[in-house]
Design a protein around this ligand. Sequence first.
Ligand code: IMP
Length: 422
Amino acid sequence: MANTILVGAQWGDEGKGKIIDVLTEEADIVVRTQGGNNAGHTVHIKGQKYILHLVPSGILRKNKVCVIGNGVVVDPVSLVEEIEGLRKLGVRIDKNLYLSETAHMVLPYHRELDAQRETSKGKNKIGTTKRGIGPAYGDKAARTGLRVIDLVDPARFKSQLETRIKENNEILKAFGAQPLSFKKVHADYRAAGDYLKRFVVNTVVLLHEALRRGDDILFEGAQGTFLDIDHGTYPFVTSSNTTAGGACTGSGIPPHRMDRVVGVMKAYTTRVGEGPLPTENAEIADMLHAMGREFGATTGRPRRCGWFDSVATRHAGMVNGIDELAVTNVDGLDSVETIKVCIGYRDGAQHYDYVPNDIEALSRCQPIYAEFPGWRTPTHNARKWKDLPVRTRTYLKALAELSDAKLAIVSVGPGREQTIAV
Ligand code: IMP
């Protein structure tokens, strides 16, 4: 398989969990490199649904090693809950999971601050998952963060946590929020530290040993290109680099060791949270919600929906260097009569074939659409490219061409078997 970076080519929720699960079959190691438990990767296996937030999806397959890399922000208490939840479902977790000692931690004051900042922003809120992701990465950049390596050193953790809680309680008081009890936080996180210490290693060394052995590594991206802190629709973004470069910095594997980038995109567009979504469309949202689709895996929020936006996916191809495309949720469009695809943006006299950085300009942009006849046939039973209706194939080929990448995988449902290699 070679070393593969998998990224979301839209605003997150592209169905990465399922594609990662499919690609994991050929990988030896699966690594998460950014984000935290704001992610929710859903995988369906033999009628059982698994939602993974921090643990790489490779954990669901035998003989795969999973790594939570240095670029991830980890809430230790949530990670323990997730591991225990997976064990209850019969998933084996012991020598197949490793946690980077230099990953930064999300602590309760980060979650509180995330919630308080969102509330104070009123109608300008970002619509975060309230998992404390922004404040945790903020501390990392400000060099006031606590890392997993600190958690597993009881004396150091105690003194650093005490200092950080004191300072953050002052900020929380300024918001009119309840201060946190050091004693409680310390007890909860020490217990999590004791539980997790068996997983904690230098993951950079571990991954380079794997490279020397010739192992194939899959880098599991979370969120999507337009939620990237640098390349997304700032400030309506998450706080990490969700684009391909994040896989290098978040793992310690250099760019020249990466062999391919797979971009995952839905056959339409969705977004959770606030911020511009040029092709947003109430009709398609109502249709998908009525089908029971497009509710967030982490927060349960209904996702905003719109037509496929090839301006965005082409832009994603550019910043990620996407070699191959996986198009998911094709069956979501089975009943649509005429399918629209955005091929350009118009803002008055200005025409764009890339996503403009000025958030106000982007919010004003009107999509220019091409139309495709719908196939109006169920596709969920298709297992080969030739099983798909001709109109579906025409539509998918057009998406790949417009996005400037090679179509490699098509997904027509949540199951592993509902996957077509092109
Ligand atoms: P945060 O990452 O919780 O700070 O949220 C920032 C923005 O990213 C919000 O619009 C969230 O809805 C969005 N976001 C964060 N994680 C995900 C994800 O896994 N899927 C989709 N959107 C996400």
